[in-house]
Design a protein around this ligand. Structure first.
Ligand code: CA
Length: 386
């Protein structure tokens, strides 16, 4: 995921939906780039505390970056492209002639550079961010989407332990239930960013290479794929590396189609959660109370490394009726500016997993609350007959 300092949220109110795929692109772009929490967190521990930090949630390996021979802006572009062809051919076994032929069709798009280069806007508060996703239209849309796809979603949920409403909420937040999946040709987007945006060229050239690998693996003509300006595709806005590594063939037809096959999309989003550590049956987050005497506490990690007794010692405890976790499981603490002042939340392991889709904690809390709202308005499984 993108580093939070440079993370760009939404441009403006209702029109911001157009940028959702961008968020997703970044979300999937640089997983596991956040600094390990141990040193910062340890320094923040009160001296009297006897509670050691819990281990971070194990994560899959980081995706490969393209080498400097491909991305060094001091090198002529023709030389970088030749190095890219060599890199992609040797790394993924793609026929160099195919790569060259596809690259010959790729178009540089200045509007993509402009879009990704726009200065970061002021960070939205939770009170401003939450209504983008927690509104009647999005909630009703999610309930309708769940009703329409109930059998397929419940089947994936039973197989993976990822509740259907979380899969639905991801699709709702990313693409408004599949309606806005991005209008850019992925080949153009990744070519433009790989060779025209030095700041993040190692990442985007790495993704461009994986796009060719994806085309080879799945028998897809990559020039036909469309997505966000960052190259994220389909209902779940998967980057090429996520598609290749974690995409699943949900309907068993031998292909992974994350653009046109809902069974494949549902299975792939659930699998993305599973490989990043989703725990079946475990809670996601809890609203917390802050003791009057408590000091501010802003952990520099989303990893659930703080045992609940340690957080209680600091003055932060789950509110009555909110879920807790067993000894040996922990949380991180979020402090957000909500409609009625400060809100405190405990983010558990499954909350952390949602932040692997997009590193913004407000994104993850939106997905969680949207999922809860969808579930609350959906008939219990089986009650709608067969
Ligand atoms: Ca399939």
């Amino acid at each position: 995921m993108i580093r939070r300092a440079s993370f760009r949220l939404f441009s403006s109110g209702p029109l911001s939906l157009a940028l959702v795929p961008v968020l997703a692109g970044f979300a999937l772009a640089a997983c596991a780039t956040q600094a390990p929490p141990a040193s910062v967190a340890a320094a923040a521990q009160p001296a009297a505390s006897t509670s050691a930090l819990l281990p971070p949630v194990p994560q899959p390996p980081e995706r490969p970056l393209a080498p400097p021979a491909v991305t060094d802006p001091a090198l002529p572009e023709a030389q970088r492209i030749a190095a890219f062809v060599d890199y992609t051919a040797s790394m993924y076994g793609v026929d160099p002639a195919v790569i060259r032929a596809e690259l010959a069709q790729a178009q540089f798009k200045q509007n993509i550079i402009d879009a990704i280069s726009r200065p970061a806007e002021k960070v939205r508060s939770w009170a401003q961010y939450r209504p983008i996703f927690l509104n009647d239209a999005r909630i009703e849309g999610g309930r309708a989407f769940y009703a329409e796809n109930r059998a397929a979603l419940d089947k994936v949920a039973a197989q993976t332990g990822v509740p259907a409403e979380y899969i639905v909420a991801i699709i709702g937040v990313e693409t408004s239930y599949g309606r806005i999946t991005g209008k850019y040709r992925v080949l153009d987007a990744l070519y433009t960013l790989a060779f025209g945006y030095p700041k993040r060229a190692p990442f985007f050239a790495g993704e461009l290479a994986q796009l060719f690998a994806l085309g080879k693996d799945e028998g897809i003509d990559v020039a036909t794929l469309t997505g966000s300006y960052a190259g994220a595709m389909g209902w779940g806005q998967f980057m090429p590396s996520s598609y290749r590594n974690w995409g699943k063939d949900g309907d068993g037809d031998g292909r992974r189609d994350l653009v046109g096959d809902s069974d494949d999309v549902f299975a792939s989003i659930a699998n993305y959660f599973v490989v990043h550590g989703w725990q079946r049956g475990a809670p996601v987050a809890a609203r917390a109370s802050r003791a009057d005497a408590a000091a501010d506490f802003a952990p520099d990690t989303l990893d659930p490394v703080y045992p609940l007794p340690a957080l209680a010692q600091r003055g932060y405890t789950p509110q009555p009726g909110e879920p807790t976790v067993a000894a040996g499981e922990g949380a991180t603490l979020l402090t957000l500016d909500g409609d009625a002042g400060k809100e405190y939340w405990l983010g558990y392991r499954n909350f952390y997993v949602i932040t692997r889709y997009n590193h913004s904690p407000m994104y993850a809390l939106s997905v969680h609350q949207l999922a809860q709202a969808i579930r609350a308005g959906s008939a219990p499984a089986g009650s709608d007959g067969a």
